[in-house]
Design a protein around this ligand. Structure first.
Ligand SMILES: *Cc1c(COP(=O)(O)O)cnc(C)c1O
Length: 432
């Protein structure tokens, strides 16, 4: 049916024409057609096409991360292997007794084993973890924070704002560059019993250099109130026993990252950290430490709003079991990326270039990302192409995300899983 100037094609005709190209459900195509006829009656077909494309490109889809940023915030931080068969799990069912159980039991036991914490609970992200701890332990009370640690992490996480939302009162201590133990103890004494906690925050994504002094968790633990630590990055243990046999020494970019096990043994009453940063797990936030304080958090009304789903807990459990088995370098994608030798990246780059007939091997520097280890890089290898091919690579069936510097496009192979090299070959071949 040919569209006429006076009568736009029927909605049904447009929707059927869209269905030739698009796999979107019919009801969505009808919706695009209807909106196109209303918005641009004289140009309904091409407007409907555009609306359909806009919708398709907005859907969540798998991509190949060739940016060299290992934990890419825009690509969901730590990549996950999918676990689960689709069957239900014993999420809140105790298989021993046949009675109702807690969804937190399994991961709490594993986190305790890995960090030395008495107990742990999991919430939706680290922002929620910090918020819950403050609300449960310091609502209407004061919390002492160094002026140098009253930070914004990105994505709207700002310590003063989280504090306000939790109902706790922020007490600034020390100065931006130097905060001593005496600054905290003075705040605690002058406010008598109002200070409930001291909060230590890892300023993940920036560093203050020069004339500086910070007070350690070990020093804060000597004071009369509990110290809680937002360590952010989620490193479980700074001796990284899971790297033994894979790397000769702990990578230098990890030296300044606080770790859960050491913070707890230094005296932190609770530590809070993200699941999808250096831990390499799904998006979640973990609260670990003293059993009585963890229990107070678990029974706070906010907990019900912040509890993670069963799929998250299953993925986290799988990652934690890999830490216990010391197999993270084999089965956790983030740590696989970290330990891949440069030589194997070189061979993969050469093979991709041979198969696709384009590009050249180039030495690169990967970034950890997600605000972890700011400024540090990991030696890497990738493929360089003359010109800016980012958009064409994104338009591939499975989008390949690259970066361009000075009119050269770089695909860093450290952030690409070896099983995705074939996708890179196909995307590069399609460029020629
Ligand atoms: C990343 C980070 C957060 C926020 O964690 P999310 O899991 O993204 O909510 C909070 N504090 C610190 C120190 C961080 O590094």
């Amino acid at each position: 049916m040919a569209p006429s100037a006076t009568h736009p094609p029927s909605i049904d005709t447009i929707a059927r024409a869209l269905a030739v190209q698009s796999t979107l459900p019919h009801s969505l195509l009808v919706d695009c057609a209807r909106r196109a006829v209303t918005q641009a009656p004289s140009d309904a077909m091409s407007t409907a096409q555009k609306l359909t494309n806009d919708l398709e490109i907005a859907l969540l889809t798998e991509v190949v991360n060739a940016t060299g940023v290992l934990l890419h915030t825009n690509l969901g931080r730590a990549p996950q292997s999918v676990v689960g068969s689709g069957r239900p799990t014993n999420l809140e069912f105790d298989l021993a007794s046949g009675e109702r159980g807690s969804r937190q039991t399994s991961v709490s036991k594993l986190i305790s084993n890995l960090t030395g914490a008495e107990a742990a609970i999991v919430v939706n992200n680290n922002a929620a973890a910090v918020m819950l701890v403050l609300a449960a332990l310091a609502s209407d009370r004061d919390v002492a924070v160094s002026r140098g640690e009253s930070v914004e992490i990105g994505g709207g996480f700002r310590i003063p704002d989280v504090m306000e939302q939790s109902g706790a009162r922020l007490v600034d201590v020390g100065t931006t560059n130097r905060t001593r133990l005496k600054d905290y103890s003075k705040a605690i004494e002058s406010r008598r019993n109002d200070v409930a906690l001291t909060l230590k925050v890892h300023p993940s994504n920036f560093a203050i250099q020069g004339f500086t002094h910070t007070t350690s968790v070990a020093e804060l633990a000597t004071l009369s109130v509990p110290v809680i630590a937002d360590i952010g990055s989620g490193l479980l243990d700074n001796t990284c026993p899971w790297l033994h046999g894979y790397l000769d020494q702990t990578p230098t970019w990890l030296t300044d990252e606080p770790a859960a096990r050491q913070a707890i043994s230094d005296g932190a009453a609770l530590v809070m950290f993200s699941g999808d940063k250096l831990l390499g797990g799904p998006q979640c936030g973990i609260i670990a430490g003293r059993a009585d304080l963890v229990q107070t958090c678990a029974s706070h009304p906010l907990m019900r709003a912040l509890r993670p789903g069963g799929h998250t807990l299953l993925m986290l459990q799988s990652v934690l079991l890999s830490y216990c088995a010391r197999t993270v370098c084999i089965d956790v994608p983030f740590w696989q990326m970290v330990v891949t030798p440069v030589g194997s990246l070189e061979s993969r780059a050469a093979e991709i270039i041979r198969q696709s007939g384009t590009g050249s091997v180039v030495a690169l520097e990967s970034l950890i990302g997600a605000g972890s280890a700011p400024g540090s890089t990991v030696p890497s290898v990738g493929i360089a192409l003359t010109g800016d091919h980012r958009a064409a690579l994104r338009a591939h069936d499975i989008a390949v995300i690259s970066r361009t510097v000075n009119n050269t496009t770089y695909l860093d192979l450290r952030s690409v899983a070896p099983q995705d090299d074939a996708i890179v070959v196909a995307a590069l071949t399609a460029l020629c």
